[in-house]
Design a protein around this ligand. Structure first.
Ligand SMILES: [Zn+2]
Length: 592
């Protein structure tokens, strides 16, 4: 009976050559039996069945990402068919033929690289050789790797052979891009789709290799390697090769991060935590430290994307049985963070990071881009879901204000209303009468109350304000006289603005915020806002799209009632998928 190795007991299949030349792990630990094909059990089982029932097709197509075992499977199949003890599902690995196939040097098993032999002449040559019988084996087997690289005429030539193949010929095609293969070829092959290899499968295999090499590795270190390889066993093994050469006797997570230039989990979690705490100063400080220590910023961005993806997954599906990028230590914190936010807010954050990733390809200013994204994340307020907005619109509250400015370039911005603040109930013994929600009708009375309660000096300052309007739910925009060139922040500094907001919040009974805006030149423009400046400088087409979007009834009404504005629009936005990406409002809804 042929010897059969199990996946968890990898012994080097190819002994290191006698010369001092080093054979890479991926080659030495190449799977030699169907049972060794990690993560491809369905494919392996089907091939075994085909061999055992003598129903081997004359052409196979193996598709799947790189490094998942397509070429290995092709060689195993070739051995299974040609082994002197075969055809057998468990080739012996000891006969001349098995050994020759293993090393890719068998005269009857021809491995052709589709990328470099893609011309029609080469396929014609193949066709004329197809008719010669194999010199010493049962079958003449052609393994064509990257078959999608063949030219159209080469495919046509190949097709002729596939239509009437000689009985002694087998074809095994492998490709990473099956969609590029003509349907005429597809229909003549038996197709097997190789799955990406799961993380645990890769980790197990790496563990086995490390042990077989007489070395040690932290499980966490191997997990990082496996995650980084993204489902490719070959990539994981190449990486392990480098790491084993670099490290000492024991491979640690720290070493892996150092070699890959990636940040350790604490660092990633720290950065994410700063952004989620709306603390740009700390976020930038941490980023600065990472950059100074030579971390790859592109990698760091990837890690942040993974973190936000984890937040999304945990927010939607909980912590159990999830394949997360962070390990045990940080998970509780992650869960807390994920639960404190709405899915929309998390996804808006993910959007910020992913678009930064896209832009990073075209810029050399990786650091600036990353800093910008972090600051954006820090400023990301809690978003309302569209359904919540729709409910609001249909209930008609809070009422809109026709005098609100259509666009409000925020000169100064009040602190975001955090979800925590929202939950805080106002003191019952508050001396001020609560006047109810801000709406068009109540605005004037509420503002007068504010003036009467902020104290003499502040009240005098506020009386210079030329226009007060509702900007969004519980948000007012106030126009400062245009002659006031010193800037809004000097007109009302942060602490005085906070005082006014506090008084306003008490009167309204809910947390409120105020935006300051410099009035357009000339007389106060009672309710006659100037032309809205484009929010994002862009083409006229973009502007047109923006106008079209505003015509979508739901969005138009939402903007009207809530006093919102379109902050951002998806590239592929269409009237069909009508949704406002972000009607950014301080989330100040008290349910009920
Ligand atoms: Zn054999």
């Amino acid at each position: 009976m042929a010897k059969k190795k199990s996946a968890n007991d990898p012994a080097p299949a190819e002994a290191p050559p006698a010369s001092s030349e080093y054979t890479v792990l991926a080659r030495r630990y190449r799977p030699q039996q169907f049972a060794d094909l990690v993560g491809q059990e369905p494919v392996a089982q089907s091939l075994v069945n085909a061999i055992e029932s003598n129903r081997v097709a004359h052409a196979y197509l193996f598709t799947g990402a790189r490094g998942v075992g397509k070429t290995s499977a092709a060689r195993i199949l070739a051995k299974a068919l040609n082994c002197v003890k075969g055809p057998t599902a468990t080739p012996c690995d000891e006969c001349e033929l098995c050994k020759a196939i293993m090393s890719g040097e068998d005269i009857d098993v021809l491995e052709i690289d589709g990328a470099s032999n893609n011309k029609v002449e080469e396929v014609r040559e193949l066709r004329s050789n197809v008719h010669y019988r194999p010199s010493r084996s049962r079958y003449k087997i052609y393994i064509i790797d990257e078959v999608h690289m063949l030219s159209t005429s080469a495919f046509n030539a190949l097709l002729k052979t596939l239509e009437e193949p000689p009985a002694h010929v087998k074809f095994i095609f492998a490709t990473t891009e099956v969609q590029k293969i003509p349907i005429t070829i597809l229909s003549r092959c038996q197709r097997f789709d190789f799955a990406g290899i799961g993380m645990s499968g890769i980790v197990e295999r790496l563990k086995g290799i490390v042990a077989a090499e007489g070395m040690e590795a932290d499980p966490e270190a191997l997990e990082i390697v496996a995650r980084r390889a993204g489902g490719s066993m070959r990539d994981a093994q190449s990486l392990l090769d480098q790491l084993l050469a670099f490290g000492g006797d024991k491979l640690t997570a720290e070493q892996v991060h150092r070699l890959l230039g990636t940040a350790n989990e604490e660092r990633v979690a720290g950065l994410a935590g700063a952004a989620l705490d709306h603390d740009p100063r700390r976020a930038l400080e941490l980023l600065g430290q990472a950059a100074d220590q030579g971390l790859q910023l592109g990698e760091l961005l990837d890690q942040l994307i993974d973190y936000w993806r984890d937040l999304m997954v945990v927010n939607c599906a909980g912590l159990e049985n999830q394949n997360l990028s962070i390990s045990g230590k940080q998970r509780d914190k992650l869960k807390q963070q994920a639960d404190s936010m709405s899915a929309d807010t998390i996804m808006a954050g993910l959007d910020v990071l992913v678009s930064a990733k896209n832009r990073m390809r075209y810029t050399s200013h990786a650091r600036v881009l990353l800093e910008m994204s972090l600051v954006r994340l820090c400023r990301l307020e809690h978003l309302l879901s569209l359904s919540q907005l729709a409910r609001w619109v249909s209930e008609g509250a809070p009422a809109g204000d026709s005098t609100r400015p259509k666009a409000a370039p925020a000169v100064a911005r009040s602190a975001a209303v955090s979800a925590g603040d929202e939950k805080k109930k106002l003191e019952p013994e508050a001396p001020l009468a609560v006047s109810g929600p801000l709406c068009k009708e109540s605005l004037e009375a509420i503002w007068q109350q504010v003036l009467s309660q902020v104290g003499f000096i502040l009240s005098r300052e506020l009386s210079k304000i030329t226009n007060v309007a509702i900007f969004g739910p519980n948000t007012l925009v106030v126009q400062i006289p245009s002659g006031y060139n010193a800037g809004a922040d000097q007109y009302l500094d942060a602490s005085r603005l906070a005082k006014v907001e506090e008084v306003l919040s008490k009167i309204v009974g809910q947390p409120c915020s105020i935006r300051l805006e410099i009035g357009a030149g000339g007389a106060p423009e009672n309710g006659q806002p100037g032309e809205a400046p484009p929010l994002v400088p862009g083409s006229a087409k973009r502007q047109r799209q923006r106008e079209e979007v505003a015509q979508v009834p739901l969005i138009g009404r939402a903007m009207d009632v809530l006093g919102g504005q379109i902050m951002q629009m998806d590239e592929d936005f269409g009237a069909e998928s009508a949704k406002v990406e972000e009607i950014q409002t301080g989330e100040a809804t008290e349910e009920g």
